[in-house]
Design a protein around this ligand. Sequence first.
Ligand SMILES: C[S@@+](CC[C@H](N)C(=O)[O-])C[C@H]1O[C@@H](n2cnc3c(N)ncnc32)[C@H](O)[C@@H]1O
Length: 199
Amino acid sequence: MTGEHVSARWAHWREQVDLAEYHARWAKLEAAGHSTHGEADLIERYVRQGGRPPSVLDAGCGMGRVAIELHHRGIEVEGADLDADLLAYAQADAPHVVWHLADLAEMALGRTYGVVAMPGNVMLFCAAAVRADVVARCAAHLAPGGLLVAGFSIDGITLDEYDGYCAAAGLALHERFATWEKAPFAGGNYAVSVHRLAG
Ligand SMILES: C[S@@+](CC[C@H](N)C(=O)[O-])C[C@H]1O[C@@H](n2cnc3c(N)ncnc32)[C@H](O)[C@@H]1O
């Protein structure tokens, strides 16, 4: 279900949470119009900018919260996660989207995307030992000029570490914000980092 490539923190969350109840709670919020879509808004902006293929991989997509919103906006999006139980909800909610059961540290999906996105603290919920591999495999799925967009709390990982994983994978820092709404980053405890593959 999860395995050694997820962090202890994520394994703990998975043990505690009733997935059906969690999914129903999100669906209720969505139906009541209480969902915020800052992540999808920023990802969509990069897709629409041009200069790269208009396609997105939601890496560590979980139940597909962000990928499904992008799909509803007419964006070509696929999702990848190692958790079959979470992907089953994504598949049920959006059967026309391609969902990959894949460990990000090892994934080889046979194609590239203009944007690979990791919203929802995915970097924190990958085991520390595989974070460099996760970034490298995400980079390997970017088209030339493609962007890796990741938002996570600076908690158990530093931005220097993350930038180092990106540099090792051939990615240069393109933009960094404090929020998905593009507030300027000023050294706070959450960052949205956008790294670019040369080309
Ligand atoms: C907090 S959830 C975020 C889900 C989704 N991105 C969102 O924002 O709603 C973290 C996700 O990372 C996934 N994950 C953690 N380590 C992974 C790995 N090595 N390979 C694939 N998925 C992983 C978990 O299964 C989980 O779905």
